[in-house]
Design a protein around this ligand. Structure first.
Ligand code: DGL
Length: 217
């Protein structure tokens, strides 16, 4: 059994990619809507939440693979979880800065995520290691999380919120937009429409699904 959790509906894009990669594979998905958003919570709070959800997946649902379908929880809690549950295989999410930096032609990459993700060690290490040769522009887009939780993924309100964050990045030369929060791929059609060929969206969901499949064998 493979277990997934996120602060709400965001991680469903990871689950969807997983089911495309491994159709029929049994899973449990915990949408922790009551604690959403995670983005501004302290590390201690996120560790406590992630520990409780992992315990439920492991003890109640007998999961042997736990997917943190959430960049913020990964940034703040995956080290704790790996130490606390050494017999469990964990898969985490982190902003796909490496492929974006490697494929950018303009040399400018935009990364959208929560405050908690940007504050984590993983993000700092990855961007130092792989994005030294490009300019990385960051945007905290917490309001997108709230929109997606309200089920608003298209229409004028979504368009305004998307434009507010991506147009400054595109105007500053970004030709890659990294979706560093699992809520954001739900807005991908709007993002692509507004970016209109000026910037490509980098969404790690398919690569994460392939990584889970490799762990299943
Ligand atoms: N979907 C999550 C992430 O990938 C969390 C967003 C939130 O709850 O603030 O970061």
């Amino acid at each position: 059994m493979t277990g997934f959790f996120d602060s709400g509906f965001g991680g469903l894009c990871i689950l969807e990619a997983f089911l495309r990669e491994c159709p029929g594979e049994p899973f449990v998905y915990l949408a922790d809507n009551s604690n959403c958003p995670y983005g501004n919570k302290s590390q201690a709070e996120i560790i406590a939440i992630a520990d409780r959800l992992t315990r439920e997946l492991v003890e109640r649902h007998r999961c042997r693979i736990v997917v943190l379908a959430c960049n913020t929880a990964t940034a703040q809690a995956i080290d704790h979880l790996r130490a606390a549950y050494p017999h469990i295989k964990f898969v985490g999410l982190e902003p796909a800065v490496k492929p974006a930096a490697q494929s950018s032609k303009s040399g400018v990459v935009g990364v959208l995520a929560t405050r908690g993700t940007f504050a984590g060690r993983l993000y700092r290490n990855t961007s130092c290691r792989y994005a030294g040769h490009v300019k990385v522009l960051t945007r905290v887009a917490d309001d997108w999380v709230e929109l997606v939780e309200r089920g608003i993924t298209d229409g004028p309100e979504a368009e305004r919120a998307v434009a507010d964050h991506i147009l400054p990045l595109i105007e500053a030369g970004a030709d890659r937009l990294v979706l560093g929060c699992t809520h954001f791929p739900h807005l991908k059609p709007v993002i692509e429409r507004i970016a209109a060929g000026r910037a490509e969206v980098v969404d790690p969901s398919p690569a994460v699904a392939r990584q889970i499949r490799r762990l299943l064998v």
